[in-house]
Design a protein around this ligand. Sequence first.
Ligand code: LLP
Length: 432
Amino acid sequence: MICNNITKDSRGKLYFAGMDVSDLAKSFGTPLYLFDEERIRSNCRVYTEAMKKYFPQGSSVCYASKAASFAEIYRIAMQEGMCVDVVSRGEIYTALKAGFPLKRAFFHSNNKTDEDIAFAIERGIGYFVCDCEEELLFISSVAKERNITQKVILRLTPGIDPHTYEAVATGKVDSKFGSAIETGQAFDITRTALSLEGVELCGFHCHVGSQVFDSTVFFDAAKIMLEYVARVKAELGYEAEILDLGGGYGVRYVEDDPFIDIGDNLRLVSEFVADLCKKLSLKLPKIHMEPGRSIVADAGMTLYTVGSVKRIPGYKNYVSIDGGMTDNPRFALYGSKYTVLCPDKMNEENTFSCDLVGRCCESGDVIQESIKLPATVKRGDLIAVCTTGAYNYSMASNYNRLPRPAIVMIRDKSARVVVERESLEDIVRLDK
Ligand code: LLP
């Protein structure tokens, strides 16, 4: 199986996090997002334990909550001793509602509005990850008005191609995110940050991309960033306390995807950072990482019910399900791969070639193309799409006025609803 929290019994029934998924579908209905709490926690611990071990000078792991943002996730992150990366007032508000201490939150986004900045400062956000000079100036003015000193980290673009798909490559010089080192804009904003009242510069940040399998990308990023830290120390007399290397480690969606040993990667990054700091005569900065996908992706699964099975002789076959791009837009957006299973037919051979499509009124509403399912697949059967914990619920929409599915969290073989299924009343709630 693609992940070891997915198993089957001798009758050919699919289990997720130790629970029979057909029972879950019966109890909670479909479409349904499932989350495996133990897996989320163990993924958090892979990071927190490795970071503690390999970065004794101090480190933090910030869960990038854009991957899956709902109150229970912030509670779990808090209990696991994580910080969080938030990108909007919505994420901040959700974290607050969950009781997450905002001192441990890092506010990202390439375009924080005046209202966002005031909102975050008022509620005591720990750090701004500042994208550009205009934002920095505004933060400084709000902080001064309130007589506080706001901690900031500067997001820089190191000019690295992470070899992933274009929509999630963010570290290149022409990226919409951050201030580029190559163009001199990083240096300008650093000088400004050091001269401004109301802000305290705490270090630098970069995030080169997402679903990255090439580990050298993180070494390249660390090298460029540390050389920059050394230049700033030499020319401006400021030595960064924090170096945030962002998120991005890739996860396995299909059997062909490689497996990344994150603990081992972090050990190698730590050795690389320590060596380079010695060469550059820098003190070891506190290293921060911001994983999103690798915390929640394999802790998720989506269940659907088959509606129609359409055979177009001489052309192709479609299996339509009761969800679609509204609960998982990732194939439509990026052509993302997924492993698709038939939970009640795990002992049957997969011989029926088809596209798995949603119920939205457009042809691009595809969950996965050219897959194989059992030839007996028919209306009423269950379908499971694996590894949907990251960027599925968080990117869901109400296109065609489809209500969003519920989220069920599984722990110790017991399931509880952590986000209710939207009702038709929810759909019209804001209409006048
Ligand atoms: N830090 C920053 C500043 C980021 O922009 C991101 C992701 C992360 C951390 C977390 O990266 P991760 O560990 O999850 O790869 N919607 C796309 C992914 C967009 C990623 C955006 N930024 C998808 O579904 O693949």
